[in-house]
Design a protein around this ligand. Structure first.
Ligand code: GMT
Length: 381
């Protein structure tokens, strides 16, 4: 198949997933065309069957708000026509679902039919999508997609709750590539971070308010009062400065390292003992899954789709959002008990295997086939 993929090319979960999906599809023999405003973060090496088309030219002095949607639509039309795409798969509904619809309509005027699939990732429905500023357009875009997938049952339910959705949403869970995310021996690195055998707690995110990284810091403070430990914070975003200030105020800076954005994130995950994800809202929690693949149990909130990934009392623990004491209690319980920690590590790995690339990728391929076979009949030409 010739597949066009539209996504945000950043370190965010939706862009990561879309890129890994494209690379996986290419490995399976499909031809993949990424259409984005920058080269996707995880597409950083030459790969046969994968092509990158940059969206540009949306700027002009008249535009206070450059019309990215228009430039993206034009690029999709161009790529779909020239490369003869069979299907277009867009990740994150805003603005991609409506852009895909417009591109589809333009292509129809040229006698070409390209079905579109929208994958809902989270905030395109929850924090942002259901805001009145976007909601009518999000709903329209979803309803006009030939196929719609959501990355968890929770996200599907929320979408149906917030919007009047006419088509059936298929749940296809996020996945992790075990060729890359697996526990490996990085003892030298571990020694550099925790020279006296301290436990290593980790958090990776885009440091936005929704991730509640303050809670990470507070949980860590409580853990550290009982157990010698270090905290690694990976990623970057709007809350970073505030967190550095908080770290100083709490007197934790000797034991907290801000590592910024990292490409080889799996090498860091390989040395962790516990992963923290206290998010306010989380449709799935891809970062937690990647940690679990590296045999790290997860202390998380019970927001959104997290209970579908992190099994309470087995792969980690779930607490109500903002319950820092409860999270710290769970973290200490695990870190104090080596055999329990070892069990949870195995459970986390086994749970992550359910979400392996090998299990999930065929579900996308089958869905593409299904949409290709059925959408022509429902299309209004
Ligand atoms: O966090 C966002 O605002 C959007 C998105 C992203 O691009 O990072 O994250 C969402 O998509 C991920 C991949 O499907 C999910 O693992 C995250 O749980 C989800 N984030 C939220 O729901 C807050």
């Amino acid at each position: 198949m010739k597949i066009g993929i539209v996504c945000y090319p950043t370190y965010g979960g939706s862009g990561v997933l879309a890129t890994e999906l494209g690379l996986g599809l290419a490995k399976n023999g499909h031809q993949v065309h990424f259409i984005t405003y920058r080269q996707p973060a995880r597409f950083n090496h030459f790969t046969e069957n994968v092509f990158y088309h940059e969206v540009s030219g949306a700027d002009y002095p008249l535009f206070e708000y450059p019309p990215y949607d228009t430039a993206l639509t034009s690029k999709i039309v161009d790529v779909a026509t020239f490369e003869k795409l069979d299907i277009l798969h867009v990740h994150y509904a805003i603005p991609h679902a409506t852009v895909a619809y417009l591109a589809k309509k333009i292509l129809l005027t040229k006698g070409k039919y390209v079905p579109t699939i929208t994958t809902l990732h989270g905030t395109d429905i929850t924090l942002v999508g259901n805001n009145q500023a976007f909601a009518p357009v999000v709903e329209f875009g979803i309803n006009k997609s030939d196929g719609v997938t959501a990355v968890s049952q929770s996200l599907k339910d929320q979408t149906n709750e917030y919007f009047n959705i006419e088509n059936d949403i298929k749940v296809i869970y996020n996945f992790v590539d075990f060729n890359r995310f697996k526990k490996s021996n990085k003892d030298h690195f571990k020694k550099a971070i925790a020279p006296n055998g301290e436990k290593i707690l980790m958090h990776t995110s885009n440091f936005r308010k929704v991730k509640r990284v303050d809670d990470v810091m507070r949980v860590f403070q409580k853990v550290q009062e009982k157990i010698p430990s270090k905290l690694l914070l990976i990623g970057d975003g709007p809350e970073r400065q505030h967190l550095e200030d908080l770290c100083r105020k709490m007197g934790l800076c000797d034991d907290v390292r801000f590592l910024g954005k990292q490409d080889a994130i799996e090498e860091l995950l390989a040395i962790g003992d516990l992963f923290l994800m206290p998010s306010e809202s989380e449709s799935f929690g891809l970062a937690a899954l990647e940690a679990m693949a590296c045999e790290m149990p997860v202390i998380s909130s019970n927001a959104g789709g997290l209970p579908e990934v992190n099994e309470h009392g087995k792969t980690g623990f779930l607490s109500p959002i903002g319950e820092v004491d409860d999270m710290a209690h769970h973290a200490i319980t695990l870190l104090e008990n080596e055999s329990m920690l070892a069990n949870f590590r195995v459970n986390a790995l086994n749970q992550a295997r359910r979400f392996s690339l090998e299990n999930i990728l065929p579900q996308y391929e089958a869905y593409y086939e299904h949409i290709l076979a059925t959408s022509v009949q429902t299309q209004e030409f």
